[in-house]
Design a protein around this ligand. Sequence first.
Ligand SMILES: Nc1ncnc2c1ncn2[C@@H]1O[C@H](COP(=O)(O)OP(=O)(O)OP(=O)(O)O)[C@@H](O)[C@H]1O
Ligand SMILES: [Mg+2]
Length: 418
Amino acid sequence: MKQNAQVCGVDFGTSNSTVSVLDAGQSRLIPLEGSAVTLPSAVFWDSDGAAPLFGRAAIAAYIGGEDGRLMRGLKSTLGSSLIHEKTRVGNRALAFTEILGRFFGHMRAKLEVAQPGTRHAVLGRPVHFVDDDPEGDRAAQDVLADIARSVGFDHVEFQYEPVAAALHYEATVQTEELVLIVDIGGGTSDFSILRVSPKQRSRAERDSDILASHGIRVGGTDFDRLLSLAQVMPVLGLGSLINKGKTPMPLHYYHDLATWHRINFLYAGRALTELRQIRYDAAEPALLDRLIRVLEERRGHSIAMAVEAAKIMLTDTLATPIHLADVIGVDSGASRAMFEAAVEKPVDRIAGAIDVVLAQAGLRPDQIGTVFMTGGSSSLPVLHQLVRAHLPAARVATGDMLGSVGTGLALDAARRFA
Ligand SMILES: Nc1ncnc2c1ncn2[C@@H]1O[C@H](COP(=O)(O)OP(=O)(O)OP(=O)(O)O)[C@@H](O)[C@H]1O
Ligand SMILES: [Mg+2]
C-alpha cells in the first residue's frame, strides 16, 4: 500500500485533463483547479512574458481581453509535425513541447500537494495518435514520455485510454461480462473490448482479458469544426467569390479558424495581409471585413467556444442560436438535423471503427453484454442511436464522462508498479 501511495494516473486529454491517485485501494481524482478535478487543457501565454495560466483561468484571461495567446487542443499537435514547431507569443517563439511541458508541470505541482513525492505515473494514450501510422504513434508517445520525465515522473508507463475506462467500469460490475468501451473525447474515438469481472480485477496480469483495441482520430473538436464550417464560416465569406467573381475564397483560412489548435496560425503568419488584399476583389467585401476584424481582434477562440456551446446545447435541444453577435455582429443558428448532416462522415467512421474492434476480437455484436459509453462527446444523441442500432442486444451504460479514464489509470498504475 505504501507503494500505491506514490503512483498516479494522468489523463492528458484534448479538451480536459485529470490526475488520479489511490486511497486505500480506491482511485480518486485530485483537485487540479480550485476544488475542480478536471482541468481544461488550455494554456494562456501573456504577451509580456508573465507566467502562463492554465485551465479555466487561461480561458478567463482570453475572454477578459488580456493581451496574449490562448492555446487549446494542444494534444492534437502530438502525432503531427507541429509538435516540433514553434508558435509566436509576443516577441518570443515557443516550442509546442515547451508549452506541453509547462502544462504537465502545472499538473505535477498540483499532484505534489495532493500526494508528495509521486514519481510513478501511468499516462493514458489514445489507441492511435495518428491514423494508420505506427511510426507516428510511437513518436507521439515518445514525446509525451519525455515531457512526463522532464517534470519529474521518473517511471512512466502508458495505457490505452479505453482500457483505463474499462478498469473504472469494472469496479462496478457484479458478474463477469464482455464490455465494449466507446470513449469519444475531444480529439479521438477509442474502443476496447475487455472481459471484466469482480474476481479478475485484483489480478496483476490482465492482458489476456483485453480482447481488442482500436481508435481513430475523430472527436468533439472535429464536430466543432464541421459545425463551424457549415453554419458560421459562410457569414465570414466561406463560399463567396473573389478575383472578380472568378474564384471562390480559399478554404484554408476557414479551416484554420474552425480548428482549435490551428487558430493562432492565422494571427502569426501573413493571413491578415493577404486577406486585406483579397478583399479588394471580393464579390461580398462586407463578409471579408468581418473575417479581417476577427483576425485583427484575435477572436477566433471566441467563435470556437460559441460553436462548441451550441453543439453541446444540441445534445438536449433540437435547435439553438450560435451566439456571435458580440464577436462578428450577427448571431448564427443550428438545428440538430443540420448538425447531424454536417458530422455524417466522422460518425460513419466511428461506426466503421466499432465494426473493426468487434472483428479484431472475433465477436458478434450480440456477444457484447454492455457498451460503456464515456468521453464528453459520447453524450451526442446521434452516437447513442448508432450504438443501439449496431448492438441492439447490449445494455448501454454511461458513467463519469470526463473522469472514467483518469480514474482507471490509477487502478492500472497500482497493478503495474506494485
Ligand atoms: N453534452 C455534450 N454533448 C456533446 N458534446 C459534448 C458534451 N459535453 C462535452 N462535449 C464535448 O466533449 C469533448 C470533450 O470530451 P473529453 O473531456 O472526454 O475529451 P478529452 O478526454 O479531453 O479528449 P481525448 O480523450 O480525445 O483526448 C469536447 O469536444 C466537448 O465539446
Ligand atoms: Mg479522453
